[in-house]
Design a protein around this ligand. Structure first.
Ligand code: FVH
Length: 292
């Protein structure tokens, strides 16, 4: 059993706290709105009036607040920083890779051991064997307390010594998720606007996943291999993609649909064409995503 301090009792924080308490740890929690911390008392959790009081007796202190601005505002209070010295601080607030690296540097510079983490799940599956939290920082520190982390997420894993790696991977995967979510909304909008029948929609459902999987696999491989020009495996040049995109824009115009996504793609194609790459592979766009 470990005595654990916890800053935050929001949707995710409360789920993490309950799971730690159910795993047999003594948890002292502080939340800006005290009532949310006090509501955890039935789980044997002790609500504390200040962050430093929640950290005072703890070996490990977790933070799960809205953002790093909220987190830094608490962590960098002199009385909190002083209390955290010599303890392990585990940051589970979502943030940018830079914020994670800056907080990691701040913590280690103040004699506070630091692990950063990205929760790849929603509050309802915390504590489940299939849930994943990625941790970064000192591998030996992670391994020393792995039992605590695995209680929070059965698939908890150590990712890297780079404090920013978990946030970077989280953001990359979120970007992938949003492009799939927005792409799905666009496809459903076209299907609905063109009044496709149930059989045609059933065919769409059969085709959509292989299209996504195949495109991602091929593109990742080409970009990784640096094959972003045109070669004998370039089956669709920028020109071909751009022509097909115009059909999507015509549907948007004819049906009065929101053109914002197709127009954004068109803008990227226009930039690449203006830079002389009309005959190159789609992968050439990777260069223009890194530098507009
Ligand atoms: N919910 C989810 O599915 C995602 C999954 C992936 C990881 N995220 C990140 O977890 C952090 C907390 O998210 P949340 O969903 O629990 O958010 P809320 O329920 O809104 O709780 C926010 C807590 O932060 C406290 N808080 C907000 N602003 C401040 C502030 N200025 N000073 C101190 N505390 C602050 C808030 O306190 P209160 O409103 O109850 O007083 C909550 O404790 C987040 O990084 C997600 O990206 C969740």
């Amino acid at each position: 059993m470990t005595t654990i301090g916890f800053f935050g009792a929001g949707r995710m924080g409360a789920s993490l706290v309950r799971t730690l308490a159910k795993s047999g740890h003594e948890v002292h929690v502080w939340n800006r709105t005290a009532a949310k911390a006090e509501a955890l008392a039935p789980f044997g959790v002790q609500a504390k009036p200040t962050p430093e009081a929640a950290a005072a007796e703890a070996e490990i202190v977790f933070v799960n607040l809205l953002d790093y601005a909220a987190s830094d505002a608490q962590l960098r209070k002199p009385e909190v920083t002083q209390t955290l010295k010599g303890k392990l601080l585990v940051q589970l607030t979502s943030g940018s890779p830079k914020a994670s690296r800056d907080t990691g540097a701040w913590a280690t510079g103040h004699g506070i051991a630091y692990l950063d983490g990205a929760i790849m799940a929603t509050p309802n599956v915390i504590g489940e064997p299939e849930t994943l939290i990625l941790f970064v920082g000192s591998k030996s520190l992670y391994q020393k307390h792995e039992r605590v982390f695995v209680a929070l997420a059965g698939k908890s894993a150590f990712l890297s010594e780079d404090f920013g790696a978990a946030s970077a991977l989280d953001s990359a995967l979120l970007g992938q998720m949003w492009s799939t979510l927005f792409g799905t909304l666009q496809a459903l909008t076209i299907n609905r606007a063109e009044n496709i029948n149930a059989d045609t929609y059933a065919t769409y459902l059969k085709l959509v996943q292989p299209v996504i999987d195949g495109a991602e696999r091929d593109l990742m491989q080409r970009v990784r291999d640096g094959r972003d020009g045109g070669d004998d495996e370039t089956f669709a040049t920028i020109a071909a993609h751009n022509v097909a995109l115009q059909h999507l824009r015509h549907i948007n115009a004819e049906r009065g649909l929101n053109p914002v996504l197709a127009d954004a793609y068109a803008s990227l194609f226009r930039t690449v064409i203006q830079n002389g790459h009309v005959g190159d592979d789609f992968a050439i766009l990777a260069r223009f995503m890194s530098a507009p």
